[in-house]
Design a protein around this ligand. Structure first.
Ligand code: NAD
Length: 477
């Protein structure tokens, strides 16, 4: 049983003022594996005060000092990669190959930010004016459980690269990962107060950060519903807000696609991160004329997908993070059946021979129409919908007929056609015949998938405000 009863404020591990104890589960066994003492609003205020004190000196650091800090943070997180990997498998249930990627991603994002900073110009010219990109102030960073360590490091990297100080509110369901990351970042030896990490509930700690007048910037990743609450709360103090929210991403399989490539691509895009991915390609758009062929191939491919013990290297789908999430996914499978979609793989309940753990059967529906609940709402589990289309124009219309616009995928044998379709899609990222991540490219959503962008230059600029100086010579610093 692990007891996690420290938060990180002003460069030190301290006991929270909050005294609520939160049970921590292993989702693959449903066993309680730890207890977390949650911070409260008072802890959040202390953390914000520490970040505010640290801001004047930190915001004046030169970018080379910050590059050096980011590199130290990177090295410190690399040094804890195995501990982070263990925490991810234990508390989140990510299959081992995914967990390894996630543990490495957490350090990579720090190095990527250092690289972007190397080439970034904080001073520019606009006509006769000198334009200085100035850090916003204290940043509140709020993360979800589905990639907690990566989001902590990614948001912090961008905030610090810009010269902001930070208060991080990680998911309360990811306390093991948070502890490993916090210990690593502490080792990097940054000035006290530059970053503070306060694990607590969203309604208390998250709400305090969203409302506090001394927080200038919010960067939130999570559900669209909470994102809207945060945006409303932040309006009172006109905080700058970046929101990375939900998705219902289309995987558009064009009629010329080679199904031997398109089917595995669709399954990998749909089932990534055990289906608990905002970018999952959950609506698979297939031409009517080739529907039967696609259904046959995907049904036999799903039969090979192993959902179960995350420590078994053959597993590609681990458990849902919590009982609540498992019940949510089960409810959507039931809704799909009730609304007349046809199951071609999976269904309700746990996979065969699994008696415990929040496991879901890898599920694919066909005969889905884009107005069905399972095609409109984010399920956040391994449940995919095949939607048949008439022609390419119809496919584009269906792809864009969603409140979301985070990511889209196009599968085709013809690069020019695929690119033409990609240019018509309303989404922050469109991936053509690939699932590759490009860390230098902006990431974020159109429509209700969010506001603003993360990663690369766009990600750093989300923590900066341009200031025009007129009447000074441009080369005067
Ligand atoms: P969530 O919105 O419930 O919680 C996210 C974070 O917000 C948690 O730390 C939570 O404690 C906090 N929070 C909750 N209520 C709050 C409030 N009133 N004020 C401030 N903070 C509050 O989401 P989740 O269940 O942790 O994660 C799953 C969701 O995240 C999915 O909807 C998914 O699409 C989304 N997501 C989006 C991205 C992206 O980049 N677009 C990435 C991962 C997950």
């Amino acid at each position: 049983m692990q007891i996690i009863d420290r938060i990180y404020i002003d460069g030190a591990f301290v006991t929270p003022h909050g005294n609520e104890l939160f049970d921590h589960f292993n989702p693959a066994t449903e066993q309680v594996i730890g207890r977390v003492r949650l911070a409260d609003a008072e802890d959040a205020r202390h953390a914000i005060a520490a970040a505010k004190r640290a801001f004047p000196a930190f915001s004046r650091t030169d970018k080379h000092e910050r590059i050096d800090m980011l590199k130290r943070m990177h090295a410190a997180v690399v040094a804890k990669e195995n501990a982070l990997f263990e925490a991810i498998v234990e508390e989140y249930g990510a299959p081992v190959s995914r967990a390894r990627w996630m543990a490495q991603h957490a350090s990579n994002v720090l190095l990527e930010a250092a690289k972007v900073l190397e080439g970034y110009a904080f001073v520019r010219e606009a006509g006769s004016a000198k334009v200085v990109m100035q850090p916003l102030g204290v940043a509140g960073l709020i993360t979800p459980w589905n990639s907690n360590a990566g989001f902590i490091c990614g948001k912090l990297a961008a905030a610090l690269a810009a010269g902001c100080t930070a208060v991080i509110k990680p998911s309360e369901m990811s306390a093991l990962q948070t502890r490993v990351v916090t210990e690593a970042l502490h080792e990097a030896g940054l000035p006290a107060g530059v970053f503070n990490i306060v694990t607590g509930r969203g309604e208390t700690v998250g709400a305090e950060i969203s409302a506090h007048a001394d927080v200038a910037k919010l960067s939130f990743t999570g559900s669209t519903i909470v994102g809207k609450t945060i945006l409303r709360t932040a309006a009172d103090t006109l905080k700058r807000v970046t929101l990375e929210l939900g998705g219902k991403s289309p995987m558009i399989v064009l009629d010329d696609a080679d199904f031997d490539q398109a089917v595995p691509l669709a399954l990998d895009a749909g089932f990534m991160n055990s289906g608990q991915a905002c970018i999952a390609g959950t609506r698979i758009l297939v031409p009517h004329a080739r529907l039967a062929e696609f259904e046959r191939k995907i049904a036999s491919a799903v039969a090979q997908v192993q959902a179960g013990d995350p420590r078994d290297p053959r597993t590609s789908i681990g458990p849902m993070v919590s009982r609540k999430q498992w019940e949510r996914v089960q409810r959507y499978i039931r809704i799909g059946i009730d609304e007349g979609a046809r199951l071609i793989a999976g269904g309700e309940g746990r996979p065969d021979e699994i008696g415990a753990g929040w496991f879901v059967r890898p599920t694919v529906f066909s005969d889905v129409t884009n107005d069905m609940t399972i095609a409109r709402e984010e399920i956040f589990g391994p449940v995919l919908s095949i939607i048949a289309y008439r022609d390419t124009e119809d496919a584009i219309a269906i792809a864009n007929d969603t409140p979301y616009g985070l990511q889209a995928y196009v599968a085709s044998s013809d690069a020019a056609r695929a690119n033409a379709v990609a240019s018509c899609i309303e989404a922050g990222r469109v991936l053509v015949n690939t699932l590759a991540h490009e860390p230098a490219a902006p990431f974020g959503g159109f429509k209700q998938s969010g506001i603003g962008r993360e990663y690369g230059t766009f990600g750093i600029e989300a923590f900066l405000e341009p200031k025009a100086l007129i009447g000074v010579r441009v080369n005067e610093r």
